[in-house]
Design a protein around this ligand. Structure first.
Ligand code: GDP
Ligand code: CA
Length: 338
């Protein structure tokens, strides 16, 4: 079985870790190996240059999580990390001081930056980094082209435009998310470079040749939404032969973790599992999903979602540990088979 999954950082990678655990536990020869090939299409809209280093936060979160190197407590960056270089850079007064650049993590960014400078593509560099981490999936960036998410906000320094209204400026997604904790109201998102970006090698093939396509509980706007914005990817999902199943990142009207509500608000979508399903839409109606899994707490919306032409089930959706997440993944496979 070939599975293609779109993924952001923490929500996406934790789900895929559970999926791999489930696949390993059901392998016919009990060897812990897997009969499924999983391709993860990672969001690179969060990518940023920091102190001359090319940082790909979501690709690294997937790589470290599946490769066993992620900080269990933080959910991003390396276990046993130190931040000496970050403190030294701050002592020089150079910005950005708000980005969490760990010492071990810097090695990854150095390898990536040097390889990109030598002329390798982001896909090639990602594959090379994965030879160390052995994530158990094929990890592909959504695109090798630079396409970075920016957020249009009122100037945080209070500048006004000519007509005396707050001046609107676009800041990098990471600045909005980390420095301002998504508290500056977002007018809109702009993915700089997306119009001319093309899917990375293997991305469209993974979608077209898949037996199952999964939208894990990743941010619908700045993770899944960004991947779908790469020209060609949305059409490939709409016309794929495989069923598409989505897992809600919204439970009981709130994100389980992070500030996805601030992102949804910016695009005029209510923070509820039903509204996110409506936003994705039924594939039978020009949308992206066939099946939608919501948490048991949201069992009341199953009918509303079903009425959209999306088959919907309520199951426990909290990824409290790998075993619980593996059960979620098992439900995913079962929902598609039934
Ligand atoms: P990011 O790039 O690190 O923000 O990660 P993703 O975009 O992949 O995932 C973020 C989303 O994961 C958030 O909107 C969370 O609500 C969701 N999430 C995190 N933990 C859980 C969980 O245990 N269950 C569910 N259903 N969603 C979760
Ligand atoms: Ca992200």
């Amino acid at each position: 079985m070939r599975i293609a999954a779109l993924a952001g950082g923490i929500g996406g990678s934790r789900f895929i870790r559970g999926l791999l655990a489930h696949l390993a536990s059901t392998h016919p020869d009990g060897s812990g190996g897997t009969t499924a090939e999983v391709t993860v299409i990672g969001n690179t809209g969060d990518d940023i240059w920091v102190h001359g280093l090319r940082v790909c936060p979501d690709l690294d979160t997937v790589m470290y999580t599946l490769g066993g190197g992620i900080s269990a407590e933080r959910g991003w960056g390396r276990e046993g990390e130190t931040f000496t270089a970050k403190a030294e850079l701050a002592s020089y007064g150079v910005e950005p001081t708000w980005f969490g650049l760990g010492d071990k993590d810097i090695a990854t960014h150095l390898v990536r930056t040097a390889s990109l400078a030598a002329g390798y593509s982001l896909s090639e560099v990602t594959a090379a980094l994965c030879t160390r981490w052995q994530p158990g999936v094929q990890l592909l960036p959504m695109s090798d082209d630079r396409a970075e998410t920016h957020v249009v906000v009122d100037d945080p320094n209070g500048a006004m435009d000519d007509s005396g209204r707050p001046l609107q400026i676009a800041i990098h997604f990471q600045e909005w998310w980390i420095r301002y904790r998504a508290t500056l109201p977002a007018h809109s998102f702009a993915i700089i470079g997306i119009e001319t970006a093309t899917p990375a090698p293997g991305v469209l093939e993974a979608i077209t040749n898949a037996d199952l396509i999964i939208f894990p509980p990743s941010n619908p706007v700045v993770s899944i939404g960004t991947i779908l914005a790469v020209p060609g990817i949305a059409d490939a999902i709409r016309s794929a032969a495989a069923p598409v199943i989505g897992v809600s990142p919204i439970v009981g009207g709130a994100p389980v973790r992070g500030m996805a509500d601030a992102c949804l608000r910016a695009i005029g979508v209510e923070t509820s599992a039903a509204a996110v399903a409506t936003h994705y839409g039924a594939r039978t109606n020009g949308g992206f999903i066939d099946t939608w899994l919501v948490d048991e707490e949201d069992a009341g919306i199953v009918e509303v979602v079903s009425d959209l032409g999306i088959s919907c089930r309520a199951i426990p959706l909290l990824m409290t540990d790998v075993a619980a997440t593996a059960r979620m993944a098992a439900e995913c496979l079962q929902a598609v088979n039934s």
